[in-house]
Structures are given as C-alpha cells and as structure tokens.
Design a protein around this ligand. Structure first.
Ligand SMILES: Nc1nc2c(ncn2[C@@H]2O[C@H](COP(=O)(O)OP(=O)(O)OP(=O)(O)O)[C@@H](O)[C@H]2O)c(=O)[nH]1
Ligand SMILES: [Mg+2]
Ligand SMILES: [Zn+2]
Length: 308
C-alpha cells in the first residue's frame, strides 16, 4: 500500500526503474517500495531512470508502458545499441590518473552527452597519484572548450570529495559513467549511505569474483529521495554510430567554435579551402589529439553509413 492511501497496485500506477537484470527490472513505487517487475513481450526495453506504468501480477509487477523520456544517453556500435539511462539531469564522466584512460573514449562519451542534450562534467579521480600532472595536461583541451573538470581523490580525500559533490548533486539525478577502474563505485559508496547494503540486495547473485560493477543501479543520496546517483559498469568501447557524420563537428565543442568560419556550409574540415577548423588547427587552437579523434570518428561514421 502506498503512503498516501491509494493502493500501490492500482492498475497503471507510476514507478521508477532502479535496476535492470536481463529480462527483469527492479522498480520503485511511489512509497519507495522496491520489487521485481517484467515487461510484456519483447518490446518493453526499459532502462534505469525510466518512469513506467505498472500493475501487480502475483508477487511481481508487470510493466505496461513507459512515459516519454526527458533525456536519453545511448551508445551504438556496428552490432547493437545500448541505452545507459533515461531522465538524467547530469552526467559525470569519470577518468582517473591511473590506470590510464583512452582520450578517444572520453571524447565519444562527451559527444553522446551533447547529442542527448545532457549537462556533463568531467571528473578526474585519483589526483593523489604521481600521474596526476600528466593526466591534468591531457585534459587541457577539454577545459579550454568549456568543460568543467572536477579534480578529486575519492579514496584518499573523502572530505574534499564530499565538498565538491554534495552541493553539485543536490536535487538532481546524476549518472556516473567511465571506463573500468576509475573509481565510480568508490564515489557511490562514499556518497550513498548504506550503498553496500543496496548493492548486496539487488545484485548479489550476479556478482562475479572481481569487484567490477556489472549492472546500472540507482541510489538515493538522501532520505527524501530528491537526489540520486546512478552507478554504471565501466565501458570499453563507446560506439557513436547513431551520430550523423555531418553533425560530428558541432558535437565536438572545440570544432564547433570555428564552424562559422568555414566557407562551405557542408565543410567536412578535412580538405576544403577556407576552412575555419583547419585554420584553428594550424594556429594550435585545436589540439592534435582532437584532430586525430575527429578523423578517427569521421572514418568510422562514414564506414557505418556506407553499410546501410
Ligand atoms: N589511489 C587512489 N585509488 C582510488 C581512488 N578512488 C578509487 N580508487 C581505487 O580504484 C580502484 C577501482 O575503483 P572502483 O570504484 O571499483 O572503480 P569503478 O570505476 O567502479 O570500476 P568498474 O566498476 O569496473 O567500472 C579501487 O581499487 C579503488 O580503491 C583514489 O582517489 N585514489
Ligand atoms: Mg564500479
Ligand atoms: Zn571546415
């Protein structure tokens, strides 16, 4: 029963998806109760953060439909498309000083966030390690193009980390994304009271020997259930095949700054004359690593388009 007196099981009540395990989802009803639910048929591909309409069936819930999403973060490669989470307000892309991360993967996640119109910040974790200076330097182009880079040491400086995140996450739904081993779950465990208990409750059966995160999970940061943090499994390859090659330049913000200087509206910024982007590259205003990433992605997107 819900706290407001209406039966939580009334047909098509609203709930939120807080975990997905294969064909089953964990939904949280209006009064905070969590239960297993499954969709009808194969079409019901709900993801964490979805608002769903559901009803009781035995001791489980059945998801009847889901509400329109205000935001969607996805990736897509040659073979499949994967949605990370829906209805998030803020995306934190976490990288660390060590192990080293792939700049290309960072760039791809940023492009997906721009495409999904999701506010995004970069988190550089483990600044207690000697590799910090080099990692900071690699992120310089991203600071220059306007991204906030939050530097933390989640494990060795918990108080400093809290000072950064407590005000930032207040009242929002935030997804933490990044390659494996960057410290995403360490952050969740620091900020979320009893996170371990919740992890145990939902994914004990799925836990492998390694302590790597295997499912995307929703955590509340506060008892009022206003601020949420979503932990996600580390990604290795972030495909962006859902992006059109003609849009790539505007989704890479350093390229985007100079598009107005290109003579041709359909400039690909590779060999056209009077290209504002190439001029910026020549001046050193766009870094060589970003040019390499653009070339790599354009090649990928063109090959993908030619296959369809
Ligand atoms: N030196 C140092 N190590 C840290 C810091 N934060 C986290 N770590 C360590 O980094 C390792 C990986 O941390 P996790 O939180 O499991 O990383 P993750 O991003 O959740 O990894 P996946 O779940 O595999 O995606 C652990 O051994 C942490 O103790 C930090 O600030 N400094
Ligand atoms: Mg993890
Ligand atoms: Zn151009």
């Amino acid at each position: 029963m819900s706290a407001r007196g209406a039966p939580a099981s009334s047909p098509h009540a609203l709930a939120r998806v807080v975990g997905v395990h294969g064909r089953h989802s964990v939904i949280e009803t209006a009064d905070g109760t969590r239960m297993l639910a499954h969709g009808r048929g194969k079409k019901s591909e709900v993801i964490v953060g979805d608002h769903v309409r559901w009803q009781v069936s035995g001791d489980e819930g059945v998801i009847e439909s889901f509400e329109p999403r205000t935001s969607l973060l996805k990736r897509q490669d040659e073979w499949r498309s994967k949605n990370f989470a829906a209805n998030i307000d803020l995306l934190l892309i976490m990288v660390a000083t060590d192990p080293p991360y792939s700049e290309s993967q960072l760039a791809r996640a940023l492009i997906a966030a721009e495409d999904g119109r999701i506010a995004v910040k970069i988190v550089l974790n483990k600044i207690d390690l000697p590799e910090a200076a080099a990692a900071r330097e690699r992120l310089a182009p991203y600071r220059r193009m306007g991204y906030d880079v939050l530097e933390v040491a989640v494990k060795t400086d918990p108080a400093g980390t809290r000072a950064v995140f407590d005000p930032l996450l207040e009242g929002k739904t935030t997804l933490v994304l990044g390659p494996s081993g960057m410290g995403k779950s360490t952050l969740v465990n620091l900020l979320v009271p009893h996170a371990d208990a919740q992890v145990g409750e939902i994914s004990k059966a799925l836990k492998s020997g390694k302590h790597t995160t295997t499912t995307t999970t929703w955590y509340w940061l506060d008892d009022d259930r206003r601020s949420a943090l979503i932990d996600s499994p580390g990604f290795q390859e972030f495909g962006i095949h859902h992006i059109k090659s003609a849009e790539l330049g505007s989704l890479m913000l350093d390229y985007g700054m100079y598009l107005g200087d290109c003579k041709f509206a359909n400039c690909t910024h590779r060999h056209e004359p009077s290209c504002g982007v190439r001029a910026a590259i020549a001046r050193g205003d766009i870094s060589p690593s970003r040019e390499r990433i653009y070339e790599e992605l354009m090649g990928e997107l063109e090959r993908a388009a030619s296959r369809h």
